[in-house]
Design a binder for this molecule. Structure first.
Ligand SMILES: Nc1ncnc2c1ncn2[C@@H]1O[C@H](COP(=O)(O)OP(=O)(O)OP(=O)(O)O)[C@@H](O)[C@H]1O
Length: 711
């Protein structure tokens, strides 16, 4: 039996008892801790310890050595010829200076023939070599072999969606879009009449009835397919399903007959300037589709068919001003790994627009198909707090135009924007007939040809009155647009980006965007308390959790002059910016439940007031250089009407306000791409190029060093 023995006895038995012999426990030298006051390290503080910066320096050094070698060779040759070399600059320093000044490259690179510039959009992809004068435009769409086409999906529900009676039959045109639409549309019609009268324009009292009656009683005329000189070339799909391609992209995809056998479904991977999360089940499929569309465009439009040669090419990729970090890092991965470019760099849309048009200071307004962005650019930098991204564009005008026409008994009552030929038709009608010139409003007779694959062409005649102006008027009254589905699926597949150390959301924010969101819906404070009811029917948002140190950081920033959320405009005109603190600004910016949709003129003034930061001179500068680009602004009279509205809102600045257009020879839809191509040819951009080796080692972390803006 083991009796009770002390711990010491046990240790003694096992030979582990410590007997003190006054010797040190170890013979290793003991180092006293250094005094923390004198503590210093230059770890990661010098450029040569940071791989991307070191590579950059090495590259510069190599270039200079190569040049010096060339000069020496030329000098030696000249000496043997006993003559001074002509045109040789002996001063090396000059050359180094030029490099930093962003001088254009020389030789083949100067032409940009080894740089591909890519600007994707919700509807169109613009792509080309930096040496090209104009980009190629292809629809940003892919058709995949599917069980049903997109128009048969969702039970064949047409777009715009029509309401039905209880027994399933169709309602009268005046009722089928609901009371809300009807009353808003009628109010817009009445307001326009008043406005036209006050501008001394002739308004006939019964114009509307006249056109409605005409539309009601005009049947289409049938033209047999062989008598139609403009019949459409539909994409032919092999009859044998096994031979039918798995996918088709761009224009070819849009031209596949809706009823093709086998069926194809169209996917638009970018919607509203975001990833399209509502149409995809897996994010991998979504990423694959984007890569495939770009890959096919490079092969077919740029004629660069061998993918393994693309490593010799650089790629300039244009991203939104208010981008999401996941989008940029995923795009970088795609360009490096899937498409295999040798080097990649990014540029923001607004900055590219100013580069393309040759402006140094501007408030850039880009009206696209599904998103509209506003941003003030000053001396080569986007002003972060002036960035605004609104979720509407030309596609909303098309849809609203169709709804208004249907309300006024459009003879082609079956139109369904989910069908490919109807979508193309509606786009054509909008581009041809919509206008923002009040002077053009009168009852007008138009016609169009409906061309459906395998059917005879139908010629429709119809009349329009104020619909042609009221649909684009939606830019100033966006509640007329159908905004109900725009947040569908948001964050279903891809979460927002979070800071690795602090845990809070770290996607870029802007005080102007927060002001826009606050206008639409009340502010949610950081502790999750709402300051009121939502104003536009959105559900009450969930509180946003921010890490405590993040809150501290934002509160600190509130003390700096840069935080001007809610500051009044420099003049006495009303500024539509609500009061809010910077903490609230961040909280509002990261909200996903509110759709940023406000009138375009208000958005521009909000952006300028946040970009100019109370500086009256800057406000004038921005107001006198509002530059409008993008396809959505191509409606005739757009520039004039925007100028008038801004002047009405800011009479104090009326004589300064000028809407600038890109230089005459430049297509406003291609200006951003053009800016990307200019950027791709500049030597100064060398600092933004991300090479393969550094990407392999550091991945997306490189973006901190490589973006021209604060990543
Ligand atoms: N002449 C025109 N008149 C009216 N609208 C036009 C005209 N030309 C193009 N559009 C419209 O411009 C829009 C496409 O513009 P753009 O190519 O700039 O958009 P995107 O870059 O694809 O989209 P986003 O900027 O939303 O991502 C479409 O809605 C199209 O109907």
């Amino acid at each position: 039996m083991v009796g009770k023995r002390s711990g010491k006895a046990l240790l003694r038995e096992e030979g582990l008892e410590r007997t003190d012999n006054n010797m040190d426990l170890t013979t290793w030298p003991q180092i006293n801790p250094i005094n923390q006051k004198n503590y210093y390290t230059d770890f990661l503080k010098r450029d040569d310890q940071i791989l991307p910066l070191r590579l950059l320096q090495e590259e510069r050094r190599n270039r200079m050595t190569a040049k010096a070698r060339d000069r020496d060779r030329e000098l030696a040759q000249a000496n043997t010829n006993e003559a001074t070399p002509s045109g040789v600059d002996l001063d090396m320093d000059d050359d180094a200076g030029m490099e930093d000044a962003g001088e254009p490259l020389t030789g083949q690179d100067a032409l940009g023939s080894k740089v591909i510039v890519i600007h994707p959009g919700s509807q169109n992809l613009r792509i080309g070599l930096a040496s090209d004068a104009l980009p190629k435009t292809v629809p940003m769409v892919i058709a995949r072999k599917w069980s049903m086409s997109e128009s048969e999906d969702d039970g064949g529900e047409p777009s715009p969606k029509r309401r039905r009676t209880d027994d399933g039959s169709q309602m009268e045109p005046e009722e089928m879009f609901g009371e809300e639409f009807a009353s808003q549309y009628n109010r817009m019609c009445a307001d326009l009449k008043i406005h036209m009268r006050s501008n001394k324009r002739r308004v006939l009292p019964n114009s509307k009835e006249l056109i409605v009656n005409y539309n009601k009683r005009t049947p289409p005329e049938t033209i047999s397919e062989h008598n139609d000189p403009f019949r459409v070339d539909w994409t032919e799909i092999p009859a044998n399903p096994k031979e039918a391609p798995g996918f088709l992209t761009g224009k070819e995809a849009l031209r596949i007959p809706d009823k093709s056998i086998p069926r194809y479904k169209l996917f638009w991977p970018l919607r509203y300037g975001w990833y399209n999360e509502s149409e995809y089940r897996e994010k991998k499929d979504l990423y694959d589709d984007i890569a495939t569309i770009i890959e096919e465009a490079i092969k077919t439009q740029l004629n660069l068919r061998r993918k393994k040669d693309w490593v010799q090419y650089g790629c300039v990729f244009v991203v939104p001003d208010l981008y999401e970090r996941h989008y940029v890092s995923q795009t970088l991965e795609m360009l490096m790994r899937d498409l295999g470019f040798g080097k990649v760099c990014f540029i923001q849309e607004s900055l590219a627009a100013t580069c393309g048009a040759g402006y140094t200071t501007a408030c850039v307004v880009d009206v696209g198909a599904q998103k509209t962005s506003v941003c003030c650019v000053e001396e080569g930098m986007c002003i972060e707090n002036s960035r605004i991204n609104l979720k509407y564009g030309g596609a909303d005008v098309t849809e609203t135009f169709v709804r208004m026409m249907l309300y006024d008994h459009f003879p082609y009552a079956d139109i369904d924007l989910k069908r490919r030929y109807d979508f193309l038709l509606a786009e054509e009608l909008k581009s041809k007939f919509c206008t923002m010139n009040e002077g053009e409003i009168s009852p007008q007779l138009f016609d169009f040809h409906l061309r459906v694959s395998g059917q005879d062409t139908r010629k429709y005649t119809f009349k329009t009155y104020d619909e042609v102006l009221l649909a684009p008027q939606g830019y100033y009254q966006p509640t007329i647009f159908d905004n109900s589905q725009k947040l569908k699926g948001r964050r279903n597949l891809i979460d927002r980006s979070y800071d690795l150390y602090e845990g809070g959301p770290n996607d870029p924010v802007s005080s102007a965007q927060s002001a826009v969101i606050s206008l639409i819906s009340p502010i949610v404070s950081v502790n999750g308390q709402t300051n009121g009811e939502t104003s536009n029917g959105h559900t009450a948002p969930a509180p946003i959790k921010l890490a405590p140190n993040m809150i501290q950081k934002i509160n600190d920033s509130e003390r700096t002059p840069a935080s001007t959320v809610g500051s009044p405009a420099p003049d006495d005109d009303d500024t539509p910016v609500p009061t809010s603190t910077a903490t609230e600004a961040l909280a509002t910016s990261v909200r996903d439940d509110v759709l940023p949709v406000i009138a375009l003129d208000t958005a521009i003034l909000t952006s300028i007031s946040h970009g100019a930061r109370l500086d009256e001179r800057k406000t004038r500068d921005f107001l006198s250089s509002v530059m409008v680009v993008g396809g959505g602004a191509q409606i005739s009279g757009f520039y004039m009407s925007l100028e008038e509205r801004l002047k009405d809102l800011r009479p104090g600045f009326a004589k300064d306000i000028v809407i600038g257009t890109p230089p005459r020879e430049l297509d406003p839809q291609g200006v951003i791409w053009k800016g990307g191509s200019v950027f791709g040819k500049l030597r100064g951009t060398n600092d933004s190029w991300i090479g393969k080796m550094e990407y392999d080692r550091l991945g997306a972390r490189l973006l901190v060093y490589k973006c021209m803006w604060a990543w």
